[in-house]
Design a protein. Sequence first.
Length: 204
Amino acid sequence: MITAQQKIEYVASKLGLDTLYQMQGSTGAVYDVDLEQVGQCFTNSSQHQYPTVTNINQNRFEVNEALLIEMIGVYSRNASTQEVDNLQRIYGSDSVVVFDLIIGNKRVLRDTPIFLAGNPTCFASGGYNVSGAAVSTAISGQMIPRNQIYLEGVGILIPPQVEWNIQYKVFNLVTGAQETLLETGEVGFYLFGTKVNLNFNTTL
C-alpha cells in the first residue's frame, strides 16, 4: 500500500516540485466556518477571526507546503455563544450535509454525504459534549464520532499554490427539502491528514 509520504512525493514529482521532499512532514489540520451562510467554507477564510473560526488566512498553501487529506469532518458553531454543537440538534435529527470538495477547478469529491448523528461533533469540542443548557460534561466511552469521512489508504492531496474550497448544502432526509442555513447553526469543516511544512532541514 502506498504511504501518505509516497503519494505526496509522487504527486509533487508530476507537478515538477522537485524540492518538496526536503520539507518537514507532520500531521496537520485546516478548518473554517461559513459565517456568511453562503454554503461555502475556506473561500472567505481571510476575512474570518483566527483561531475561533479558522486557522488559515488564505485557501492556498505556500510553495512546498501541502496537505494530504485523510479525514474530513463537519461541525456546527453557535454564532451567539461561539460554542461548537451537534448540527443535528440545531437542524433536526433528519438533517444531512452534502458537500463537494473543489481543488483548483476540479471537484474531487461530489455530492458526498455526512450524517451527523452522535457526539463528539469534532476536534474543536475540546473533548467535551456541550449540552442544550450549555453545560459541558465529559464524553462517555460509548459516544463515538460519526460526523467524519475517512480516506486512509487513499487520501486527497491539496498541492502547493492551488486554491481549494468546500461547497455544501443541508438537507432533510425525510422530506428531501434543502434546509435554510441558520446563524445559530453555522457549519464548519475541517480537513485532517499528513501535512508538509515549510522546513528545509528534515526530509519526509
